[in-house]
Design a protein around this ligand. Structure first.
Ligand SMILES: [Zn+2]
Ligand SMILES: [Zn+2]
Length: 468
């Protein structure tokens, strides 16, 4: 009988790492435990030497999709020859004073959750906040580490029995998925306008109807509010530009899928992959001259900034008839929702993007005709990221020399990427770099990590300075 103590660092919390370890250990008949600490994940194991060795190999080789392991420290621990454990278990998180570990960025809805979203037999059918261990909000809802539900803005929602069962089952893909929720117990959406509040069952469809009719709607998202309108409606786009006091800065667009993007823009393989990546940034792509998208979206610019839906709410908004049927089983939609939406940040000119419901009501009242609200609070504001694919000539790799390879160029590194750190090749003293006045981001170093902040914006007004 051998005994090992293993310490893992990196992005290993909130990404399904403990259930992964649990399955790996039980598969290999190893006993012991796994726990989150503020410094990473601790594991103690006992079993025979070959099984322990295979476990350590599999730990990095098979890690869950969102995990980013930085180090695995394995120590032989002395054993008195007798078994100390009679099973493998997941233990409660242990906060350690002064310790830290990186947290995951927000990740777009995964294929499993997307399938459930549109499955009429699933209990989360059309639920705008569906998520699991492999997807959903992280950075924008976290208040403290270790990453556990009571330390997120989800703490106000008490899990129903069904959600609690999934949350506590190590073999369920929602095991310790901190934002887990369902229509019975979780956050809700509603639409507000001058006539009051629309019931949640109709809120999304009513939003589609307003957008199709040329209205401008403020939509609460993952890291803040967007202002949305039909991108092919020149009057609506011009009106949004007038209200936002934006003379010619381009508006970002959201389209339901790559097929739609290809109707309006030229898209190569690298751009397609980036559009569909789980980070879901805004990607700058060249506009087709015959696209019916209003010129006012990006005046005088041959590029359009396009992103695909990244939350379940976006998917519902961009789906024709949303799969919803009325009681007599006829499709309830008698209009086509816009297939291309302007989705620009919910702010006036250069002010920070609105995140809080009351703040949005106050600051966006003159900009939006209606508000699609929800009651999951946003702890940290986070704008959409903006990326461009450049084709570069490889110079270092002799094999690929003179070959053209695509490279991602971040114009704004924010949602989907922040606060994922840059790993340094050396230990750095604690440093704070405060960035520039325009397009500000800041950076803090600790040990081998350089943590780059999300996009803060131009520090020319009081609100942005406060946000900074
Ligand atoms: Zn998921
Ligand atoms: Zn529930």
């Amino acid at each position: 009988m051998m005994f090992r103590k293993i310490h893992v660092t990196g992005v290993v919390q909130g990404v399904g790492f403990r259930p992964f370890v649990y399955q790996l250990a039980t598969r290999a008949n190893l006993n012991g435990w796994v726990a989150n600490t503020s410094a990473g994940v601790d594991i103690e194991l006992e079993g025979d030497a070959a099984a322990l060795e295979a476990f350590v190999r599999a730990l990095t080789a098979e890690q869950p999709p969102l995990a980013q392991i930085d180090s695995v420290d394995v120590r032989d621990a002395t054993s008195n020859g007798h078994a100390q454990f009679n099973r493998f278990e997941i233990r409660a998180s242990v906060p350690l004073a002064g310790a830290f570990q990186p947290i995951s960025p927000d990740i777009s809805i995964c294929p499993d959750c997307l399938r459930e979203l549109f499955d009429p037999h699933d209990r989360r059918y059309r639920y705008p906040f569906i998520n699991c261990t492999n997807c959903g909000p992280r950075f924008t809802i976290i208040e403290d580490i270790p990453y556990d539900r009571p330390k997120t803005t989800m703490r106000v929602f008490e899990m129903c029995d069904d959600c609690a069962r999934e949350y506590h089952d190590p073999l369920d893909r929602r095991f310790h998925a901190q934002p887990v929720a369902c229509p019975k117990c979780g956050p809700k959406v509603w639409l507000e306008n001058d006539e009051g509040r629309v019931a949640r069952g109709e809120a999304i469809e009513e939003t589609q109807r307003l957008l199709a009719g040329g209205s401008i709607v403020a939509i609460k998202g993952l890291g803040g509010f967007h202002l949305a309108c039909d991108a092919t409606n020149a009057d609506a786009v011009a009106e949004l530009r007038r209200r936002k006091l934006r003379v010619d800065k381009p508006f970002a667009l959201m389209m339901p899928d790559v097929v739609t993007v290809e109707k309006h823009c030229f898209v190569d393989d690298a751009e397609r992959a980036l559009l569909e990546s789980r980070e879901r940034p805004i990607v700058l792509v060249r506009r087709r001259p015959d696209s019916p998208i209003a010129e006012q979206v990006a005046p005088g610019n041959q590029f359009l900034g396009v992103m695909l839906p990244y939350t379940p709410l976006h998917y519902l908004l961009m789906t024709e008839d949303g799969g919803q049927k009325t009681e007599n089983n006829r499709p309830s939609t008698v209009f086509r929702p816009p297939s291309v939406l302007v989705m620009t940040s919910g702010n006036l000119s250069e002010a920070p993007i609105a995140t809080d419901n009351d703040d949005a009501r106050a600051r966006l009242a003159k900009l939006a005709d209606a508000f699609l609200m929800h009651d999951r609070d946003i702890r940290t504001r986070c704008d959409d990221s903006v990326m461009r694919v450049f084709t570069v000539v490889a110079t270092e790799d002799t094999e690929k020399k003179n070959q053209l390879t695509p490279d991602h160029y971040p114009l704004r590194r924010s949602r989907g990427y922040a606060p994922f750190p840059v790993r340094l090749p050396f230990d750095a003293p604690p440093l704070l770099a405060t960035g520039a006045e325009l397009k500000n981001t800041f950076c803090i170093t600790r040990d081998r990590y350089a943590f780059l902040s999300h996009h803060i914006g131009d520090l020319e007004n009081y609100e942005t300075l406060r946000s900074f």
